[in-house]
Write a new protein. Structure first.
Length: 194
């Protein structure tokens, strides 16, 4: 994809599972704090009694990090974390909705659910990034993003601790960007309006 073809970014959605947390901790400190779009991170994780993940991520970046609550508005310049044990959906009004329906690919939150609902709302202004993981979650979501004209990217499976998730996406569809761990922050920063 050529640089001049990139449209203004409305939202970046990032999905990951096993092995993705270390990748996120690696690129967060290198993100430009003048981010002019929101980032939503969906990680497969177990329900805990605290919000230690958002605290941990907050220590790595100057960008505000928040664990999502029902009906939170989606605002530029923020990083949002999907809470454990709920599917994270994005509604037309650009607000979050939490759903407790059946697990998708053995997971709740399911990456596909977030990617697909984000694609319906943000269409060609959506960027989806799929990281390390052990199941097929995220591939159908990336297909939805591609189908509405959004940008798709995956972590290079050669750099993934658990390569199944990004490799599955690469086998099933044509991806716009294959990213090294070091290249993820630069890619996201390149989406900022200059």
């Amino acid at each position: 994809m050529e640089e001049n073809q990139i449209k203004p970014t409305g939202l970046v959605v990032i999905g990951g599972s096993a092995g993705s947390l270390s990748v996120i901790l690696s690129f967060l400190p290198r993100l430009d704090p003048l981010l002019d779009f929101p980032i939503v991170i969906v990680i497969h994780r177990k329900k805990t009694l605290d919000n230690s993940l958002s605290d941990l991520l907050s220590q790595k970046t100057l960008i505000p990090v928040k664990e999502i609550e029902e009906k939170d508005p989606i605002l530029p310049g923020n990083i949002y974390i999907a809470p454990p044990d709920y599917h994270l959906l994005i509604e037309e009004e650009k607000i979050f909705s939490l759903d407790y329906s059946e697990k998708i690919n053995f997971s709740r939150p399911g990456i596909d659910a977030t990617f697909q609902t984000a694609a319906q709302v943000y269409k060609d202004k959506l960027v989806g990034i799929l990281l390390s993981g052990a199941n097929a979650d995220g591939t159908e979501g990336l297909m939805s993003i591609r189908d509405v004209g959004g940008i798709t990217a995956v972590q290079d499976p050669a750099t993934a601790e658990v390569p199944f998730m990004p490799r599955n996406a690469l086998e099933k569809l044509s991806i716009d960007y294959l990213l090294s761990i070091e290249g993820i922050a630069a890619f996201i920063n390149s989406l900022i309006k200059k």
